[in-house]
Design a binder for this molecule. Structure first.
Ligand code: NAD
Length: 514
């Protein structure tokens, strides 16, 4: 067996993980238990902490995707032939293997995606939880008996779609892959996952771990490929029965359009511009910490980032001052350093987009409180670092208040009263998440009910678990991932009618109503 060619500054345990799971000297797609090399354009993987290319591979191309679709269909039949309990035991084993290999997987994610190691260590455990949670659902997913007013016995079955194509983004690649693979296979589907071409490595590892745990070869396939070529080809493939997309609104709508032409349903998990609302009657010290976690965790490269901070006018000046001083102290640096809380931006293009949006905000009239640059101490690394940035006195009509930045950039807007706070929070086309900080219990629930968002926190931010449904309103997407609702999304309902009468009447047309 040859070692994979990963020239990234070597870690023995990462090399060992890759060698044991992906038996190929080059990176390719994981299809039916084998690594298949691509045939398309060359893709470069860049280390976000140094700006250096550490690996190249070829875009998968049609032949690899055809092969994945073929093995996926066969594997799904073998998966469904197992008992639900046996499937559950295998899913539990995936969780166990993730925990066993957690240090190496976390390190690989940190090296290739730039997420701080203190975050990725926790995230591998969260992905294990996803498989463990759905392991328990495998033998509990069933239909209902409906007391129809005829002589029939009528029941429903929850049936899998078949082959599900999943397309995921470069932020939190392992987390997103587990988040979608676990409910998909629990519901009896096969998966062809195409992670971002910029971060395929931990998704490839997860695909291989699923097989090691015992899923049939070809049940979980991972395509190392480019979105507009391999991604589009997979979505349009005749074997695709459901498309699940996590990423930007622009790509999501292109994918949904392709799927719609084939009458294939889609689940879209898109971006956001979530409003974090602080009232003067809130616990302001906790809200200062909450506001930092909301926007600066993951360097703001998070779909639920609290990127708009709405602060009640009477405490606005004092609050922003405290927040700015605290945010300047957040450790920014190498993602492999245990102390780092803000790592690099994932890629050069995204860094440039962030910088341009910040300075457009300043030229539109916002006040730059802190940041707006690469931290001077990290200049020599060549990494894509961006300092925590706060723009104050942002008008809700400005681009910086309406468009997703996907970086460590907070837009602060003061408000007078509850009605104005809700109106500003609802003032963008997005609706992914939001939060309110107040000690007034009635106000907390009034605001939670009126803000248009799929997830809302009261005196908290960013708590997410696999048990609770997650998804967007408006341009943040449709369909739900995680929780019981994901199983509904990954299955379709069949209604079965059984005639039970001895001499049933033959009715042409509808049975008469009672
Ligand atoms: P992106 O939309 O550019 O890419 C996401 C995926 O889509 C990648 O795998 C890419 O290869 C593929 N893709 C791109 N164009 C395609 C096309 N025309 N056809 C088929 N596939 C295509 O997003 P990104 O820049 O990788 O990630 C950042 C975005 O993801 C942000 O907008 C963020 O908010 C969003 N996101 C949303 C959630 C959520 O759950 N709502 C979670 C994480 C990230």
């Amino acid at each position: 067996m040859n070692a994979p060619r990963i020239d990234i500054d070597g870690s023995a345990r990462v090399q060992e993980l890759l060698q044991s799971l992906l038996p190929s000297k080059d990176i390719g797609s994981f299809v039916g238990g084998r690594v298949l090399p691509g045939t398309g354009e060359t893709v470069e993987l860049v280390d976000p902490a140094t700006g250096q290319v550490f690996l190249t591979y070829a875009d998968a191309g049609p032949a690899v995707i055809d092969a994945a679709m073929d093995v996926a269909q066969q594997a799904q039949a073998r998966w469904l032939a197992m008992t639900p309990s046996a499937r559950g035991r295998i899913m539990w084993e995936i969780g166990r293997l993730l925990r066993e290999h957690a240090p190496a997987i976390a390190e690989l994610e940190t090296r290739s995606a730039g997420q701080p190691i203190r975050d990725t260590r926790g995230l591998v455990g969260k992905v294990a939880e996803m498989f463990e949670y759905y392991a328990g659902w495998c033998d509990k997913l069933h239909g209902e008996v409906i007391p129809v007013p005829t002589s029939h016995f009528n029941y429903t079955r929850r049936e899998p779609y078949g082959v599900v194509v999943q397309i995921t983004p470069w932020n939190a690649p392992l987390f997103t892959a587990g988040w979608q693979i676990a409910p998909a296979i629990c519901a009896g589907n096969a998966v062809v996952l195409k992670p971002s071409e910029l971060t395929p490595l931990t998704s490839l590892v997860l695909g291989a771990l699923c097989e090691r745990a015992g899923v049939p070869e070809g049940l979980v396939n991972v395509i190392a490929g480019v979105g507009r070529t391999s991604g589009q080809y997979a979505v349009a493939h005749p074997a695709t029965r459901l498309v699940v997309f996590v990423g930007s609104a622009a790509a999501g709508s292109a994918i949904a359009a392709t799927a719609a032409r084939k009458v294939v349903p889609c689940i879209l998990e898109l971006g956001g511009k979530s409003g974090n609302i602080v009232f003067a009657d809130g616990d302001l010290d906790r809200a200062v910490v909450g506001a930092q976690a909301a926007i600066f965790a993951g360097a703001g490269q998070s779909c639920v980032a609290g990127s708009r901070l709405l602060v009640q006018q009477s405490v606005h000046g004092e609050f922003v001052e405290k927040l700015a001083r605290a945010s300047e102290r957040i450790p920014v640096g190498s993602p492999l350093d245990d102390r780092t809380q803000i790592g690099p931006i994932h890629n050069r293009q995204q860094w440039t987009k962030i910088d341009e949006m910040v300075w457009q905000g300043v030229s539109d009239g916002a006040r730059l409180a802190i940041g707006g640059c690469r931290p001077a101490a990290l200049e020599a690394t060549g990494g894509f670092y961006y300092a925590p940035t706060i723009l104050d006195r942002v008008d809700p009509a400005m681009e910086i208040a309406r468009e997703e930045v996907f970086g460590p950039v907070l837009a602060v807007t003061p408000f007078e009263d509850e009605a104005e706070a809700i109106a500003i929070a609802n003032g963008t086309p997005y609706g992914l998440a939001g939060a309110v900080w107040t000690e007034n219990v009635g106000r907390a629930h009034r605001v939670a009910a009126q803000v248009r968002a799929g997830t809302f926190w009261i005196n908290s931010y960013k708590t997410i678990t696999v048990m609770s449904p997650f998804g967007g309103f408006g341009q943040s997407g449709y369909g739900r991932s995680s929780g019981k609702e994901a199983l509904m999304a990954y299955t379709q309902t069949k209604s079965v009618w059984v005639e039970t009468a001895e001499n049933p009447p033959v009715v042409f047309g509808y049975h008469p109503a009672e």
